[in-house]
Design a protein around this ligand. Structure first.
Ligand SMILES: C[S@@+](CC[C@H](N)C(=O)[O-])C[C@H]1O[C@@H](n2cnc3c(N)ncnc32)[C@H](O)[C@@H]1O
Length: 323
């Protein structure tokens, strides 16, 4: 399979990550290696690029493309939620400590995952209701849709999809599956179309878009992984190292923002207390207050960049300050 994915905000990512010759950089979401090809060239033959993806199809295609990067390459099939273990395994194999100078997270799914109908991510074609990034993980979207009760489905669709018709959609799903299990994207789309009132279907995005996004997030435990991955990156980074995250969903962005805020101001003392007694010192400094967003030109050329928000932070040891 061709794994073509146009890298989002490439120049902004490189400016935030600042890869230098000889650096160790971890691309936690390798995908089509769209960012990593450039990073690999910048860190050069003395540098090391650790590329992680939970999707073997992404890794296969990235391996081919990135071989031209000319840096040392370690491609790992895994979940960035297990970042600490992944780095520890590489250290054991290398027989020396590996302290990365930068981490890149480009969350969500890639274009090829969305475009290949059989993966079940898209509501545009009829296919098995799968949605797993890791094809060996046990939970599929069909698994959730056919086993969760109305309350659980409502919570998933409302919280992860921000869908105003969540409880109606959940009720229609449960009603439909009484006659036969919902095992295809087409069956799910049909239940959603029946649930969403005609007036609400007239404008805006496809009525199934939010429910599909919600199920994808639940199937892959995407938000749990974001939290663990960002926290591990802060912990593992070398002083001066950079953590860069591209989010596409308000819940992802909120987790990144909170983790960075805690790293910058971890003190848990009463603000009225005369001095800090908790002893927690900042481990991060921010690079900018507001997230960076794509230019109008980029959104025109690559509509999938539309909702992207880039946040970056720098690991420090000692006192916090702004860059
Ligand atoms: C948006 S794409 C990355 C695209 C890449 N930056 C590029 O420019 O080619 C996200 C990739 O991250 C992978 N991914 C998502 N969540 C992951 C996780 N928790 N652990 C490892 N890989 C993950 C997906 O399988 C997908 O290939």
């Amino acid at each position: 399979m061709q794994f073509d994915h146009v890298p989002v905000m490439l120049n902004e990512v490189i400016a935030a990550l600042r890869p230098q010759k000889g650096d160790i950089i971890v691309d936690c979401t390798l995908g089509g290696a769209g960012h990593s090809i450039h990073i690999g060239r910048m860190i050069g033959p003395d540098g090391m690029l650790i590329g992680i993806d939970r999707d073997p199809a992404a890794l296969d295609s990235a391996a081919e493309r990135i071989s031209e990067a000319e840096c040392r390459l370690e491609l790992v099939r895994g979940n960035f939620a297990d970042l600490a273990d992944i780095v520890a395994d590489l250290e054991r194999r290398d027989g020396r400590p590996l302290t990365p100078n930068g981490f890149l997270f480009d969350f969500g799914v890639s274009s090829p995952q969305l475009d290949v109908a059989e993966r079940g991510f898209t509501y545009r074609e009829d296919a098995p209701l799968d949605m797993r990034m890791d094809p060996d993980s046990p939970l599929t979207a069909a698994g959730i849709v056919n086993s969760a009760d109305v309350g659980e489905l409502t919570t998933i669709i409302r919280d992860y999809g921000e869908e105003r018709w969540a409880s109606r959609i959940a009720r229609f799903i449960v009603e439909r599956r009484r006659s036969e299990p919902i095992i295809t994207t087409g069956q799910l789309v049909s239940a959603i179309l029946a649930a969403v009132p005609a007036a609400a279907r007239r404008d805006g995005p496809h009525p199934a878009r939010r429910t599909f996004q919600a199920l994808r997030i639940a199937v892959n435990d995407e938000l749990g992984a974001v939290r663990k991955g960002i926290e591990a990156a802060i912990e593992l980074s070398a002083p001066g190292g950079r953590i860069v995250a591209l989010s596409y969903h308000s819940l992802e962005d909120r987790i990144v923002k909170e983790a960075f805020r805690t790293g910058m101001a971890p003190c848990t003392c009463d603000p009225a207390a005369p001095a800090c007694v908790c002893g927690k010192r900042p481990s991060l400094m921010r690079t900018s207050l507001k997230p960076v967003t794509p230019s109008d030109d980029e959104i025109r050329i690559n509509p999938r960049s539309r909702s992207a928000k880039l946040r970056a932070a720098v690991k420090v040891l000692g006192d916090m300050g702004d860059e």
